[in-house]
Design a protein around this ligand. Sequence first.
Ligand code: GLY
Length: 368
Amino acid sequence: MARCSRREFIHSTVAAAAAGGALGAGISADALAAAAQTAQPRGAGTGAGGPVVISSANGLRATKKAMGIMLAGGDPLDAVIAGVNIVEEDPTDHSVGYGGLPNEDGVVELDSCVMHGPTHRAGAVAALRNIKTPSRVAKVVLERTDHVLLVGEGALRFARAHGFEEVNLLTDEARKIWLKWKERHSDRDDWIPPAEVVDDDDRADAGGDVEYTYGTINCCAINGAGELAGVTTTSGLSYKIPGRVGDSPIIGAGLYVDNDVGAAGSTGRGESVIQICGAHTVVEAMRHGMTPEAACLYALEMIAAKTHEKRLLDEKGRPKFDVKFYALARDGRHGGAAIWSRAKYAVFSEGRNRHEPCAFLFERSLKT
Ligand code: GLY
């Protein structure tokens, strides 16, 4: 009798259960992910290919969901999209989807792209209003058009045509945060903060404790058959100029997948990522032999070296902003890196769903 490893046994059992309709009989994707926590031997993510899922730090629920779907036989692109949908639909995450912080007019505009390794196809939407899950619309762009990127009104009409429900994406909580920004960001307009905070300090303050975000979720996965996929989705820079598009919906910037090499994605200051074709740069660095972590650091060093505007640099010439890259190699190795220390990324591999530390270029001062 041929030998069958414990991992192979679990995979074939899961596949058989999925094929036999057991999923419909009540085995949830989450339960399968939980089973995987005991099923996979250590080392599965460090040289033996998939299944591995990685994400930005806000994606622990996404990695768990995606792993469950892949173990049930689902396509890795469907898996990562279902994973990030959790965060897109979560009103408490102010950097992604529903509940995201709006543009300067108080309107939420979402960006997302998806890429499927085996077919090398991609889809994206930018400045999309009123739809909670732009990543799903991006997937329909991939599947049902001959295009890669739809923006603004055209993207919304396309989503409507495909039956996506329109909702007001601006939650009351996000509206209040925006209003605080609106009332405080200048003392030369006619917007006045509530009486209790009107004093010279507040009005001179460029924002005080107003929340700002470039936050985003990126999620990349590889299944046991070596098929890669990725997604990036965001509400983008808070209080942006209407129509501003960051890196997240730009294939090669916020996401890139090459099934022969690996996948990479980014979060943080999108303009800087676009200017170095970030995710593509990371994947190309892996193609030339760098580890995922080294490839992420290489792209971040490029950002640091190419940032020349004084307003973006501190007194030591370091970027004042942050960018993070996440990378997943075809062999299952993974890594993340940030400009500034103390960042993490989420990973589900080797039977465990957890945060791992990101490498970094510069140590954050202990005061910040
Ligand atoms: N990385 C997200 C953005 O810049 O919009």
